[in-house]
Design a protein around this ligand. Structure first.
Ligand code: FAD
Length: 509
């Protein structure tokens, strides 16, 4: 939809923020028949939604804080999200070593019993006990660990998950604009007049809407204050969490959950075939969320905590990449950052008679349920239009028979035998059935154009630009994929040059 058309129109719902919550809400709302406009000031998932530990989980730890509502809802969501995005979400087994002096075995057993049974688990296997002296999971650990519990959760490719929620919202008619900052929203005649600024051209335009959903994550308070001129007392608690990535520490496909003497836990997760992802930390954060970065104390903490368990010592010299994010938690005035509620809080209000909905907290895991709750508020204000529908609707590319990823990879290889098994797997896990949109009539790798390395071809980049709002090399190498981990740094420059040439060719046409 052109800017001229958006200027003439009054949207039902305007969403600020292209993270998992904003994109999930836009998708749900447009699918019910509301007209929707979403604006993201940077790239999709460039905020917290690409900085997670990437677990679709109930949060075993949250049981200790009596967050039963959250844990039950999150556990139930696991299999729904897995079924709807079998390319992006995968079951994962978690190995929790028992260590005398930390949480007692009876407490872990009760917690895992609850975890197995309160959330409607159907396909994920239940908890079992491991003898680490004989199980492969014991091999990379210090010999003092002889017993462990193993339970189920899932893992998600978080940044792609967001992009595909946005893709589905746009396919259903939502306007999704990235690099588009909401700079001001005024109340005028019972509507919102929203001023948008293109972050690449600095051009401004105005959009009108009946209702605003403030899904700005860590920026939720600052949007209220600076964009909506609505000075509410501070409601978000920003909590930094960081991860380190090291060359892979073990060969099996399970993940570890390690307890630390300070009561916190960290995960060590197989990552991108060649690496292990270790995280996370919890510390209050007071600065600009866009500038968050791992601190030396966090690096030290993660290396030491992992080295307590792994036979091989992990040092800062092993680290190949790090990333940090800011949790936009609802400020429930808990004393420690790790104790602040992970549940989401929705605050609806009328400002001068015009509706605004603010979101605090939440998990990627529960984004779909959060969206349904937001839609209940939207319905009350704008009138009902359609029913909840997202539980049964695959995300783009997730429409594979029986949600069977392995069978889909085999069928992709049969249709496109020129793909190496590794590339077929990467493409299937990233795009699902939509991989065929850019593989189309190709009969050889040469048909896909220039190969920038690891099978990242011009055809794939063109697809990401046309269909997934990719604008820069960083979008492509670090969010639409994690190829940045595998390719030499100079490839970023080559992709930038390719994108610039493409842009020039479009302008000259
Ligand atoms: P964001 O993803 O931050 O999106 C908000 C967006 O709003 C941003 O992209 C920002 O650019 C945009 N924006 C802000 N202001 C404006 C404006 N004026 N105009 C336009 N756009 C604007 N959850 C799980 O389920 N599992 C996990 O394992 C997990 N691990 C985590 C680990 C860490 C370290 C962290 C930090 C979080 C973790 N989470 C996890 C939580 C989860 O990542 C977040 O709850 C979720 O990503 C929040 O999404 P959001 O859409 O609310 O915010």
């Amino acid at each position: 939809m052109s800017e001229q058309n958006t200027a003439d129109k009054i949207f039902d719902v305007f969403v600020i923020g292209g993270g998992v919550n904003g994109c999930g809400i836009a998708r749900d709302a447009v699918g019910r028949g509301y007209s929707v406009h979403l604006a993201e000031m940077n790239d999709l998932a460039s905020g917290t939604s690409s900085k997670a530990t990437k677990l679709i989980h109930g949060g075993l730890r949250y049981l200790e804080y009596y967050e039963f509502r959250l844990v039950r809802e999150a556990l139930t969501e696991r299999e729904i999200v897995w079924r709807n995005a079998p390319h992006l979400v995968h079951p994962l087994r978690f190995v929790l070593p028992y260590f005398k002096g930390l949480r007692p075995a009876w407490m872990l057993r009760i917690g895992l019993f609850l975890y197995d049974y309160i959330g409607g688990r159907k396909k994920l296997p239940p908890t079992r006990t491991l003898d680490l002296r004989h199980d492969e999971a014991g091999k990379p650990l210090k010999p003092i660990f002889s017993k462990a519990f193993e339970y189920s959760d899932c893992w998600v490719n978080d940044a792609r998950f967001v992009a595909l929620n946005a893709r589905d919202a746009a396919d259903r008619g939502a306007v999704v604009r990235t690099r588009c900052k909401v700079v001001e929203a005024r109340r005028d005649g019972g509507q919102w007049r929203i001023r948008l600024q293109d972050q690449m051209t600095w051009a401004e335009n105005e959009v009108r809407a009946k209702l605003i959903v403030n899904a700005a994550g860590p920026w939720v308070d600052s949007v209220m204050e600076k964009v909506l001129s609505h000075n509410e007392p501070h409601q978000v608690r920003l909590v930094q969490g960081s991860h380190i990535i090291v060359p892979k520490l073990f060969d099996h496909d399970r993940c570890y959950i390690f307890q630390n003497p300070d009561g916190r836990i960290i995960f060590a997760i197989p990552y991108e075939d060649e690496f292990t992802l270790i995280g996370t930390t919890d510390q209050d954060y007071k600065s600009d969320p866009a500038k968050v970065a791992i601190t030396p104390e966090e690096t030290d903490y993660l290396c030491k905590a992992a080295s307590e368990y792994f036979a091989k010592e992990i040092t800062p010299a092993d680290i190949v990449w790090t990333y940090s994010g800011v949790r936009p938690l609802y400020d429930d005035h808990a004393s420690a950052a790790q104790a602040a509620t992970r549940d989401y809080v929705i605050k609806e209000e009328l400002i001068d008679g015009v509706p605004l909905i603010n979101i605090f907290g939440g998990k990627i895991t529960t984004y779909r349920r959060l969206s349904e709750s937001i839609l209940e508020h939207v319905e009350k204000t704008l009138g009902a239009r359609g029913k909840p529908w997202t539980a049964e609707a695959p995300l783009p590319g997730g429409d594979m028979p029986n949600a069977d990823l392995d069978a889909f990879i085999r069928s992709l290889l049969a249709r496109k035998p020129f793909l190496s098994p590794a590339l077929a797997r990467r493409l299937a896990k990233a795009y699902g059935t939509r991989a065929l949109l850019f593989l189309k009539d190709a009969n050889s790798m040469a048909d896909l154009g220039r190969d920038f390395g690891k099978g990242l071809t011009a055809a794939e980049i063109d697809y990401l630009v046309a269909q997934e709002w990719a604008v820069s090399a960083e979008d492509i190498l670090w969010r639409r994929s994690k190829l940045g981990l595998h390719l030499p740094p100079e490839v970023a420059g080559e992709i930038s040059a390719y994108l610039a040439a493409k842009q020039t060719a479009t302008v000259l046409q």
